[in-house]
Design a protein around this ligand. Structure first.
Ligand code: FES
Length: 172
């Protein structure tokens, strides 16, 4: 074998090797492009899907059942946990009073066995009478009463979306 032939064989071998490397690069770039395209299209579809769902904050309904009448004996004051209200039953009827302070919205505490003070706010010390009237502290307004009614099954329902401005009791 002559020198020329061996040089030619080496050149052919280098060319073949270069083509193999270029082929690998082309495959890699092709796979990278396809992957990027698939991810991009997928992300775009997900973003479009988000537009199809309403962008709302799901909160519990302001109209809710608090229980059957027997749960509220005359003279009881029962705080409905997680709702910020207290159900008060007196001889002449029921009322639902807000336990959210009218100053800055802290949850106020019912006061037991005090003839004057019915509620006390732990944040800045506002006090309210038993019917919710402001007695002291920075609270600017009385505690609102909410509408309530008995549903067809005899269950007590509070509609906290409606303020009972006249402060009328539910008589049952
Ligand atoms: S939040 Fe109740 S007194 Fe300030």
């Amino acid at each position: 074998m002559s020198f020329e032939n061996s040089a030619c064989a080496a050149t052919l071998h280098d060319k073949a090797s270069d083509e193999a490397v270029n082929g690998d690069r082309r495959d890699f770039v092709k796979k990278l492009s396809v992957t990027t395209l698939v991810l991009g299209v997928g992300a775009a579809i997900v973003q479009c899907g988000r537009f199809l769902q309403p962008n709302v904050l799901y909160e519990p309904s302001r109209v809710f059942k608090v229980g059957e009448l027997s749960k509220f004996p005359i003279g009881s004051r029962i705080v409905i946990e997680g709702r910020g209200i207290e159900i008060v039953r007196e001889r002449d009827g029921f009322h639902a009073i807000s336990l959210v302070c009218t100053h800055l919205g802290c949850l106020i505490k019912p006061v037991e066995n005090d003839p004057e003070i019915g509620y006390l706010c732990p944040c800045h010390g506002s006090t309210f009478a038993h019917k919710g009237e402001v007695q002291g502290g920075p609270a600017p307004k009385d505690l609102p009463w909410y509408e309530m009614y008995l549903d067809h099954t005899g269950t007590l329902v509070v509609d906290a979306s409606k303020v009972n401005h006249k402060r009328t009791k539910l008589v049952v």
